[in-house]
Design a protein around this ligand. Structure first.
Ligand SMILES: *[C@@H]1O[C@H](CO)[C@@H](O)[C@H](O)[C@H]1NC(C)=O
Length: 358
């Protein structure tokens, strides 16, 4: 069995605790962008054709979503996302370091004020920051008995949360659990905790049990421009080209493992990694990682049926599932992002194919 380049790359970095290095290249352009996000309403990066690796279905969906948003005057234009967000946070981090240095040395109060203004401006376009701070403000307003203001902050928090991809993964996903074959999970949220329930059975963890949970509560250290606890994974140049993004955000979680028959069930350290519109979850101590993709309605029905009449024993359904699986870019175990179908010029062709996941 060959192993996917991206998979290897992610697995290697999952364990890495290397010191953070910040790229200062984006220094002014991003803050400028932050400022224009505040002032402007035209968002060039929302042009769907600017993305790579997106299916025609998703493109349609994005266009529809865009129309809906402009109709309702609901601007997702108030927040930056993806790689821009990661760069913005690095920028905030470096500005804050400079600020700390000046404060410690008791120097240049004018520059300190400038830095604080820049940090503030950048934070306003970080949905996670706005989510975090609006909740705090709502609580404070409630304590002070100002329910109207509290409600405004809650509304703002809700809007910011709805823009965060990690909070928009609800529903059914399919992933390959090693030699257990394909399994389906159902993602729900309890507060800021993401919970993945098993929908299909295997010998170890049966359906209805929790496969993994992820803590998505905003991290105050990231928020305040201190060193983030969990650095996003940085893809190498080739992989970044293929996937259309350089940074893969990740979050701390816990995965459930058990012996056959759900005996000795226990929780181990885990990690959720967002990959564009998809994600993977890693059970760290056992080095087990699963990529998840959205199943088609047809596949969903089939898997639900099969989970009821016990696992897919017969070869024809196995073949069907394999075929479906090959149509998600992320899960193929011989996936090689530097070769074959994952070359960018092939990718649009690849994603334009009608398939099980459309
Ligand atoms: C998935 O979870 C949602 C929310 O709890 C629930 O309404 C739905 O029935 C679940 N779907 C399956 C197939 O378990």
């Amino acid at each position: 069995m060959r192993t996917a380049t991206l998979f290897v790359c992610i697995t290697a970095i999952v364990h890495e605790t290397a010191a953070f290095t910040h790229p200062s290249l984006l220094r002014h352009s991003l803050l400028h962008k932050a400022a224009s996000f505040n002032a402007h309403s035209e968002e060039s990066s929302s042009d769907p054709s600017a993305f790579h690796g997106i299916s025609s279905h998703e493109l349609r969906h994005m266009k529809e979503a865009k129309v809906r948003k402009s109709e309702s005057h609901q601007t997702s234009k108030s927040f930056v996302s993806g790689d821009d967000l990661q760069s913005l946070r690095r920028e905030v981090l470096s500005l804050n370091q400079e600020r700390q240095k000046l404060l410690t040395a008791n120097r240049d109060p004018h520059r300190v004020a400038e830095l604080e203004q820049a940090i503030w401006q950048a934070q306003q376009v970080d949905a996670e920051y706005v989510y975090y701070i609006s909740q705090l403000r709502a609580e404070k307003a409630e304590e002070e008995g100002d329910l109207k203001r509290a409600q405004q902050h809650r509304k703002q928090a809700k809007r910011a949360r709805s823009e965060l991809p990690q909070f928009n993964l609800d529903g059914l996903w399919v992933g390959r659990y090693g030699n257990h074959g394909f399994e389906m999970i159902n993602i729900t949220y309890a507060g800021d905790t993401m919970i993945a329930y098993k929908v299909t059975d295997n010998d170890n963890v049966p359906s209805g049990e929790v496969s993994f949970t992820v803590d998505l509560s905003p991290n105050p250290k990231t928020i305040h421009g201190e060193t983030p606890l969990l650095e996003p994974i940085e893809l190498n140049h080739d992989a970044a080209e293929q996937w259309g993004l350089k940074y893969l955000p990740r979050f701390t979680g816990r995965g459930q493992v058990a012996r056959k028959g759900f005996r000795n069930a226990q929780w181990v350290e885990g990690q959720l990694i967002l990959v564009n519109k998809y994600f993977s979850f890693a059970w760290l101590p056992i080095g087990h990682q699963v990529f998840f993709g959205r199943p088609s309605a047809e596949l969903t029905l089939k898997m639900l049926r099969e989970s009821r009449s016990k696992r897919f024993a017969d070869e024809s359904s196995r073949a069907f599932l394999t075929r479906c699986w090959e149509e998600t870019a992320y899960i193929e175990d011989d996936m090689d992002v530097t070769d074959g179908i994952f070359k960018s010029h092939d990718q649009s062709f690849y994603y334009d194919q009608a398939g099980c996941f459309e």
